[in-house]
Design a protein around this ligand. Structure first.
Ligand SMILES: [Zn+2]
Length: 584
C-alpha cells in the first residue's frame, strides 16, 4: 500500500505531522481526558463518539467504527488515495517527495484524469476572461459588481465564450480526448450531427473547488437576463453536487476558528462577502441546502447563520435549511437584510459594518418563524391565530429540550393572547400524531474484546511479550480473518522486541475494515487488572480452540482410515489424538 514512496520517508512525514493538528483542520475537537473528542465527520450523530488519541496518533469512532491514522483520515475525509494523502502532509511540512514516486501508477484512474482536465479547463476559461475581446465585456461586468482583480485571481474566475466549440477546439489542439471532456461534463454531443458543443457558453465561470482546493466542477453565470441564470457542471465521478459548499476551501479555517458559518445562496454573494473580509462564509450554490452540506458544516461549526435572499425562493430555502440544521443539532440564526437586498447588493451599498450589524441582529429560528407567521396571518381573528399556532408547532416539535419547548409554547400564547394550556393541548395532539422525532443514532457496537482482540491489545500495551507469544501461537491460529491479518503484520514486522507502533502498522494494512478494527482494539477502554494472567488466559483460550479443532479433524480422518482399513494410519492418528486430548 505504501506505493513506491519508501517506508522511511512515509515514517518521517507521519512523525512530523501531529494527528490532533491534522484532524482539527477539518473537525472541531474538544479535549476529553488524554483524548480529543468530536461529533464524527463520517456518520450522523448527536453525542460525540469520535476519538483522537494524541499519544498513539490514531483515531477511532465508536459510533460507526471508522478508524486509522493521519493518512487514513485524509483518505476518507477527502476521498484521496494513500499516495495523495502522503503528498498533502509532506507538503504541509515542507518535505519533498521525489517526483518519480508520483509516476503514472498513482496518477491513473478516471478521477485523477478528470481533476487534471478540470485544472486545464480552468486555465482556458481564465485565459478567455483576461485575454480575449469578449472576455473584456465579462471583466467590466465584474468590475461593475466591484469584484477586485485580486479576487478574480484568488477565486480563479474565468469566462466561457459564445462560440459553440471554443473549448472543444482548444482541447483538440492539446490532444485532450473529447470523450474525457464529455465525462467531465464540459462538452455535450450535438443533436443529429457529428461532434460536440461546449456545455458552458457566454457565461462567467466560477471554478468549484473541493475542500482541499482542487477544481472539481464549474458554475456559470449569465451576464444578462438569459435563463437559467446559473448553470452548474453535471455530476461526475469527482463532483457530487449535494455535498459541496462553494468557498469552503477558502473559509474552512475561519469557520472553525469562529465556530460559526454564514451560508449564502450565490457565488457572487460569497465572493462579495469574502472580499469584504467576512471570511467565515460559504455558498450553497443556488441549490437548496442539502444534508451533505449540513454535515460538512457540522464538522467545523456549532452555529450556522443563513443569509438567503428575502424573496419567496429564498424564504423556502431558509425554512428547509433551518429544519436540516436543527435535525443535525446545529444552532441556527437567520439574517433578514433590509430593503429586499441580497447579500451581494447589501454589502456593496451599505458596507461591511452594516452587514455585521445585521448579522448581530440575526434572529433565532423560533423568533424568525413566529414573526414571519405573524406578518402573514391576520391574528385579530380566530382563524389567523389558529393558523399561527399550527404553523409554529411543527417547529417547536423539532426542539428536543422540554424546557425550551415549554418556553416557546408560552411565547406563542402570549403573542396571540390565548391560553398557554390550549397551545399545549394542540402540541400534545401533534406529538402523538407524528412519527417519533428521534433521528436514528449511530449504531453503537456493543463489542467487548474477545481473547484474540485482547491479545493484540496486550501485545501493543506490553511491548516485551511478543517473543513469548510467538513461541506459543501463530497468526494462522487466529480465528477472525481481520485479526489474523493484523497478527500476520505484527509477526512479520515485530522482531527482537521491536514492535511497529499501531500508527505505522496501519500503513501496511491494505483493508479499511482491518484498520478500523485495529484502532478499535487500541483505543478500546478495556483495562487488564492482571496483565500476566490476562495474557495466559488469552493464549490458553486460543491454544485450546486450536486443539479442539485438531481433535475434530482427527476424528474425521480416523473414520476415513477405518473405512479404508488402513491399520497403520489408524494407529498413527490415534496416538496423535490421545496426545491432543491429554493436553487439555
Ligand atoms: Zn462515526
Amino acid at each position: 500500500m505504501g506505493g513506491r514512496i519508501p517506508d522511511d520517508l512515509i515514517q518521517k512525514i507521519q512523525d512530523q505531522n501531529d494527528i490532533v493538528e491534522v484532524i482539527s483542520g477539518h473537525v472541531q475537537l474538544k479535549k476529553s481526558g488524554r483524548n480529543f473528542k468530536a461529533l464524527c465527520p463520517f456518520h450522523s450523530e448527536k453525542t460525540a463518539s469520535f476519538y483522537v488519541n494524541p499519544d498513539k496518533q490514531i483515531f477511532h469512532c465508536f459510533g460507526c467504527g471508522v478508524g486509522g491514522n493521519i493518512f487514513s483520515f485524509l483518505m476518507k475525509y477527502n476521498q484521496m488515495s494513500f499516495g495523495e494523502s502522503v503528498k498533502v502532509l509532506a507538503e504541509k511540512k515542507g518535505i519533498s517527495i521525489p517526483k518519480s514516486f508520483f509516476a503514472s501508477g498513482q496518477n491513473s484512474g478516471l478521477a485523477r484524469s478528470l481533476l487534471d482536465l478540470n485544472e486545464t479547463a480552468s486555465h482556458y476559461f481564465a485565459h478567455c476572461l483576461k485575454e480575449t475581446r469578449e472576455g473584456q465585456i465579462a471583466l467590466s461586468y465584474l468590475e461593475k459588481r466591484q469584484i477586485r482583480k485580486s479576487t478574480i485571481e484568488k477565486m480563479r474566475l474565468g469566462y466561457a465564450p459564445l462560440k459553440r466549440d471554443g473549448l472543444c477546439l482548444a482541447a483538440q489542439q492539446k490532444k485532450i480526448s473529447l470523450s474525457l471532456l464529455e465525462r467531465a461534463g464540459l462538452i455535450s454531443p450535438r443533436m443529429n450531427e457529428e461532434g460536440y458543443f461546449d456545455y458552458f457558453r457566454k457565461r462567467i465561470i466560477f471554478p468549484i473547488f473541493d475542500v482541499t482546493g482542487r477544481v472539481i466542477a464549474f458554475g456559470g453565470r449569465v451576464l444578462d437576463d438569459t435563463q437559467p441564470k446559473y448553470l452548474n457542471s453535471p455530476e461526475t465521478p469527482v463532483f457530487k453536487k449535494s455535498a459541496v459548499l462553494y468557498g469552503l476551501n477558502f473559509a474552512k479555517d475561519d469557520i472553525r476558528k469562529s465556530g460559526s458559518a454564514l451560508v449564502v445562496e450565490g457565488y457572487l454573494d460569497f465572493i462579495s462577502l469574502y472580499q469584504a473580509g467576512i471570511t467565515n462564509v460559504v455558498s450553497s450554490s443556488g441549490t437548496s441546502f442539502t444534508e451533505g452540506q449540513v454535515r460538512a458544516l457540522r464538522r467545523l461549526a456549532k452555529e450556522v447563520i443563513l443569509v438567503y435572499d428575502p424573496d419567496a425562493a429564498g424564504t423556502a430555502a431558509t425554512l428547509r435549511g433551518i429544519e436540516l440544521l436543527l435535525r443535525e443539532q446545529l444552532q441556527v440564526r437567520i439574517v433578514s437584510l433590509k430593503d429586499g437586498f441580497d447579500p451581494d447588493e447589501f454589502i456593496r451599498k451599505n458596507g461591511k459594518a452594516a452587514f455585521l450589524a445585521a448579522v448581530n441582529e440575526a434572529k433565532g429560528f423560533f423568533e424568525y418563524n413566529l414573526e414571519r407567521l405573524l406578518n402573514l396571518c391576520d391574528v385579530k381573528n380566530l382563524n389567523g391565530k389558529v393558523a399561527v399556532v399550527e404553523g409554529m408547532l411543527p417547529w417547536v416539535k423539532l426542539v428536543e429540550n422540554s424546557i425550551a419547548r415549554r418556553e416557546m409554547i408560552k411565547q406563542i400564547s402570549e403573542r396571540l393572547n390565548i391560553e398557554e394550556s390550549d397551545v399545549m393541548e394542540e402540541f400534545n395532539k401533534l406529538s402523538q400524531r407524528g412519527k417519533p422525532l428521534a433521528a436514528p443514532e449511530g449504531v453503537f457496537p456493543n463489542f467487548s474484546l474477545d481473547a484474540e482482540g485482547s491479545l493484540i491489545k496486550l501485545i501493543f500495551e506490553k511491548e516485551d511479550i511478543l517473543d513469548e507469544v510467538k513461541k506459543e501461537i501463530e497468526p494462522s491460529d487466529f480465528y477472525d480473518g481481520n485479526l489474523r491479518q493484523i497478527a500476520e503484520f505484527i509477526w512479520r514486522y515485530g522482531r527482537d522486541d521491536k514492535l511497529p507502533s499501531s500508527k505505522s502498522l496501519i500503513n501496511f494494512l491494505p483493508e479499511e475494515k482491518t484498520r478500523d478494527i485495529l484502532t478499535f482494539i487500541i483505543l478500546n477502554k478495556t483495562v487488564f487488572h492482571d496483565e500476566a494472567k490476562a495474557l495466559r488466559d488469552c493464549l490458553e483460550y486460543i491454544k485450546k480452540r486450536k486443539r479442539l479443532k485438531r481433535q475434530k479433524e482427527l476424528e474425521k480422518e480416523i473414520k476415513l482410515a477405518e473405512a479404508k482399513g488402513e491399520d497403520e494410519t489408524i494407529r498413527r492418528l490415534l496416538s496423535e489424538y490421545q496426545n491432543v486430548v491429554k493436553e487439555r
